[in-house]
Design a protein around this ligand. Sequence first.
Ligand SMILES: Cc1cc2nc3c(=O)[nH]c(=O)nc-3n(C[C@H](O)[C@H](O)[C@H](O)COP(=O)(O)OP(=O)(O)OC[C@H]3O[C@@H](n4cnc5c(N)ncnc54)[C@H](O)[C@@H]3O)c2cc1C
Length: 381
Amino acid sequence: MNAADERQMLDAISRWLEREVRPQVRDLEREDIYPEAMVEQMKKLGLFGATIPQEYGGLGLPASTYAKIVTTISEVWMSLTGIFNSHLIMAAAVSRFGTEAQKRRFLPKFASGELRGGLALTEPDCGTDLQAIRTRAVRQGDAYVINGTKTWISNGIHGGCVALLVKTNPNIEPRHKGMSMFIAEKRDGFKVSRQLHKLGYKGIDSAELVFEDYRVPADCLIGGEEGRGFHHAVGGLELGRINVAARGVGVANAALKDAVAYSQVRKTFGKPICEHQAIQLKLGEMATRCEAARLLLENAARAYDSGERCDMEAGMAKYFASEAALENSTEALRIHGGYGYSTEFNVERYYRDAPLMCIGEGTNEMQRIIIARQLIERNRV
Ligand SMILES: Cc1cc2nc3c(=O)[nH]c(=O)nc-3n(C[C@H](O)[C@H](O)[C@H](O)COP(=O)(O)OP(=O)(O)OC[C@H]3O[C@@H](n4cnc5c(N)ncnc54)[C@H](O)[C@@H]3O)c2cc1C
């Protein structure tokens, strides 16, 4: 995609955001309503196929363009990006590791948004330590029978399928060799047991899923080979972290923009608060964080697109941008004074949305450990 095409696409998305999304965010968010109409509009914009290869019906966008789209949307309503982010990570598992038959069967439906879903990795007992999962798949003839529980699954209610991480051999060492991933479509045995309620990240559904003697055809095992599931799950994390970094940049930017605007109209002691040095110090730090987070994001996306190993770069971008969103939303709230605490302004939403990005796609504690490990591996003495 050349720069002019990229600009055209970002402009189209910005027009859609201003016309259809911004006027409705506060109402939908307050009531935690799933944005059905916006999902239909996102289908038309091609967002459900953004990173799916063109030969399977997607737009085939590079991560660098995709990251700009995610940032642009997150500046208006971060939740919307969750509806297609984990869906695209599920699609990436199929396009990177699936058989040709799986690609032809699933990717066109994913790209159009006809079949939407997400990633089902986390369980009630484990998130960070994924190799400790207990959901079990047992082969029976030409199918697998799955039992277990997944939690916090984005798009678990409104989606029609998930990329489901299971144990096919719970006794093998190392543990990851006993893990496999399936494309699991909803049918008997696949139950949404409850919707989870959250501090922020409203509108998008987060669910607990229970699998009870759920039968999935053996040809839905991604790649057709058992024992590769952990590799498939980890393989999607780099793009996942670039996604989260892009969301962080969006929320950090939104907080900065609102603070810059508000500080020029709110007056204390006879002058706009932006003329007080204490506020200027905050604005200066916030703007620097936005710029640094954006550059780290661009660097990670460029490395991803060029096929380089980029776990350190994606980890740095994810870590820094999500902390930038958290810090900027806190500072924007302070700059708004009492109004920052009011639901009539958007800053309280940024403040509730930002912490999620420090947790999802590997917590920020883990990101720093990953960065340090890579640092040592790349600089052996
Ligand atoms: C809104 C929302 C949406 C989500 N969507 C999805 C989804 O779509 N699919 C999905 O599979 N999951 C999803 N998750 C789950 C998310 O990925 C996990 O919450 C996350 O991976 C952390 O796992 P945990 O909650 O089990 O925390 P734990 O793993 O129990 O960690 C608890 C704390 O211990 C720290 N910790 C753990 N191990 C170490 C270590 N070795 N060294 C240092 N510190 C450590 C962690 O950083 C954290 O601070 C979602 C979560 C939320 C809140």
